[in-house]
Design a protein around this ligand. Sequence first.
Ligand code: NAD
Length: 276
Amino acid sequence: MRKSMQLENKRIVVVGGANGTGAAIVRAFVAEGAGVASLDIRDAEGESVVSAANGKGPGEGHYFHCDASVRTEVKEAFTSAAGVLGGIDAMVVTAGVMGKVLEPESIDDGEFDRIMNINVRSIFVTNQEIFPYLKENGGGRIINFGSGSALRSYPSAVHYSASKGAVISWTRSLAFAWGKHNITANVVNPAIARTLMFTESAQEAASEGKEATANQLESMFPLGSRRFPPTKEDLPVGFGDPDADLAPVLVFLVGDGARFITAQIIPIDGGLTPGR
Ligand SMILES: NC(=O)c1ccc[n+]([C@@H]2O[C@H](COP(=O)([O-])OP(=O)(O)OC[C@H]3O[C@@H](n4cnc5c(N)ncnc54)[C@H](O)[C@@H]3O)[C@@H](O)[C@H]2O)c1
């Protein structure tokens, strides 16, 4: 018997689809029958994620190079995406970077601007540029990635935390501004998922002699080592898995069942954030 697909005929843009959560989302959307345009700056990884997802089907992914913080590139990539998909129903923006581990008093202007330029400008530019497509479509979904660190204390990268706070405020107000066009806008707050970002920041912490951070964080999750239903056997205690723990929630959020959810912060954090 043919398995029913949750996202058949949906046309979805994933910004940041080459790695981590974005890659897991591309895989899940294609597996649920969607047409997906994956945008990123890491082209080899982006192409490879799409090609592996297409190998399994039943949906179809397409990869486009795009620096999400550069308006001309976003415009061009959305034109290509809408062309190949035949329109756009939803966009998920996972593109983002972690701030350098620094005391607040040591963050210089360049590092502050780098984080704001990618984490906040990418949201600003992609959200603005997707608007005409969603409006013309009669409605649609925008899901921006924030972070639990915007709500709980994150003293080792205050500027990163602030950038994600901006994503939350932007998205909630946007939901009210564009709700009349039948566009929902929500924020997903992960904390903490094993991705490229996680590995890179763990490496940076280790090189700075702050490697205890990962173990300390792991002990803060309320969930034990055994989850039900069981996921991957090698899944460590606490930390989220992009494919098993995050992507299924995004499948729901872009699907028809989530049409009455807007202006929300949706934590996918294993309970970490309320522990502040
Ligand atoms: N991993 C976590 O634990 C965690 C926790 C809280 C929030 N987040 C947020 O979730 C989102 C996804 O995180 P992840 O862990 O999957 O990250 P990741 O580093 O694994 O993947 C991020 C992807 O975004 C892309 N990207 C970065 N800058 C870009 C740009 N200017 N234009 C286009 N693409 C760009 C990268 O190339 C990469 O492929 C991010 O916004 C991150 O801040 C992650």
